[in-house]
Design a protein around this ligand. Structure first.
Ligand SMILES: Nc1nc2c(ncn2[C@@H]2O[C@H](COP(=O)(O)OP(=O)(O)O)[C@@H](O)[C@H]2O)c(=O)[nH]1
Ligand SMILES: [Mg+2]
Length: 465
């Protein structure tokens, strides 16, 4: 295995600019450090490792905010008068040995000590703030450490951003390379950009940084592929699900229990996606239960949800195949047909009789089968794909939960998808939430086809911004 140099980077800046938030996002760890709206929630230096294989490639250190830069710079100037010939780092070292480093400027001393021990610093700024003398003094002090600094422009998305003023102020102290990075909604390839920008400043670490960038991109793609598989798996489970009922006696009860199973299966997919992206369950505000009227609700079976997501009930994924054979029980989001008819139409009459054999032929009359209708399947895919997009764009510093708010620009017209869903409908044994579940190679095959169909669909659709 290639040996990668271990790079140490301190995250520095004024208090409350988003240093801890940046760390959370880079580490994909919602629990790292302590974030509050109050200044000074980080008091100690806290480190975290980013590994390549089993090796630590990068150590990132969160530091307390620099609070009194004006006072400290005055104090440093005073030290300079006493020892004229000292350069920047020596002057900082002299300060660190002085009594004030454990008294008035204890917090600032922690930051500077760390930066001196590191190879470089990420200097986080809140570009909504005007550039004030406290910032200029802070920059002068940090520059004295003679460590490469990469300014991270946080809050660039804000409409009060003063990005231009900040770039100008930074250029005045020789900081020409900057990176815009909002920790709540980072650019999708934000980490790669960060590593690239750092390698401009730290050329001797370029191999480590480019390995980190490659690994980040690889993991992102792997997460995406795994997510598509989770969604496809859910879709097969639900498309293949059937519930047998005696139409006159227990249909209402069966309808409810089918809906419960579908909701639980969707929730399982949501949980798996959240885990995959290292978010907590409460990072997503789903509405799995019907809500009261008038309140916005995205319950899977609510007609408003269908409408909101632009799903037209008449435009089922396999509308042609299902037409005439099933009666849509629209209010329930389920389709009702004879077991025979569903099997026959979806899988071909002879095959269906063959597979179902005596069970179907013997009981052609006297029972019905409930299945989930096309529009619900479509809605399920849209919701999960939208969740996936939301998770991919979400930083681990975001405190408010993710909601599905905008109707995604995804239509499900795709022949691979359609065919596979029709096929799944004809295979009740493919549904892992059914008693008849039978893990078969054919299901694996269908799963792969469905995942392919979803990816093709994504490529041809506009992504949500
Ligand atoms: N909207 C938005 N808020 C942020 C961002 N980064 C940090 N914050 C908020 O700013 C406050 C301070 O963040 P924190 O990471 O604790 O700053 P620190 O004191 O520099 O470590 C918290 O309320 C964060 O939620 C960001 O990129 N966008
Ligand atoms: Mg902090």
């Amino acid at each position: 295995m290639t040996e990668h140099a271990n790079l140490n980077i301190a995250v520095v800046g004024h208090t409350n600019v988003g240093k801890t938030s940046l760390l959370r996002t880079l580490l994909r760890d919602v629990n790292f450090g302590h974030i509050e709206d109050m200044p000074g929630s980080t008091r100690q230096v806290q480190g975290a490792a980013i590994t390549l294989g089993t090796q630590i490639a990068l150590m990132l250190y969160d530091t307390p905010g620099i609070e009194d830069s004006i006072g400290l710079l005055d104090y440093l100037e005073q030290l300079k008068q006493d020892s004229q010939r000292l350069d920047g780092p020596d002057r900082i070292r002299l300060f660190l040995e002085s009594p004030e480093a454990t008294a008035l400027y204890e917090q600032e001393a922690r930051v500077l000590r760390k930066l001196l021990h590191c190879d470089a610093g990420l200097y986080v700024v809140d570009v909504r703030e005007p550039v004030l003398s406290k910032h200029r003094d802070e920059l002068a002090i940090l520059s004295s450490c003679a460590r490469p600094l990469l300014p991270i422009l946080n809050f660039v998305a804000s409409n009060t951003a003063r990005t231009h003023d900040w770039r100008d102020a930074l250029a005045r102290v020789g900081l020409h390379t900057t990176l815009s990075f909002d920790s709540m909604s980072p650019p999708i390839d934000g980490e790669e950009r960060l590593y690239q920008a750092l390698s401009l400043l730290l050329s001797s670490y370029a191999p480590t940084l480019s390995a980190l960038a490659l690994e980040t991109a690889r993991q992102r793609q792997a997460r995406h592929d795994a997510s598509i598989n989770l969604i496809a798996d859910m879709l097969i489970d639900i498309a293949a699900l059937r519930m047998r009922t005696n139409i006159d006696t227990d249909i209402d009860q069966k309808k409810i229990s089918l809906q419960i199973r579908v909701r639980e299966r969707e929730q399982a997919c949501v949980s798996a996606l959240l885990n995959l992206f290292q978010f907590r369950q409460d990072d997503f505000l789903s509405s799995p239960l019907p809500l009261t009227e008038g309140r916005w609700n995205l319950d899977l079976f609510s007609p408003q949800a269908l409408k909101h997501f632009g799903v037209h009930v008449s435009m089922g994924i396999a509308a042609g195949a299902a037409a005439g054979a099933t009666i849509d029980v629209l209010s329930a989001g389920l389709s009702l047909g004879t077991g025979m008819a569903i099997g026959a139409i979806a899988g071909g009459a002879f095959k269906a009789i063959d597979r179902w054999g005596d069970r179907v032929i013997g009981k052609m009359r006297g029972f019905r089968e409930l299945t989930v209708n096309q529009s619900i399947l479509q809605l399920l895919v849209l919701r999960q794909m939208q969740l996936l997009q939301g998770l991919e764009q979400r930083g681990h510093a975001t405190l408010s939960p993710l909601r599905l708010e905008h109707a995604p620009h995804l239509s499900l017209e795709n022949s691979t998808l359609n065919k596979t869903i029709v096929l799944a409908r004809a295979h009740p044994d493919w549904s892992s939430i059914s008693e008849n579940f039978n893990h078969s190679p054919a299901r694996e095959h269908a799963l792969a086809a469905l995942a392919r169909g979803l990816s093709e669909k994504e490529e041809t659709s506009t992504r949500v911004d």
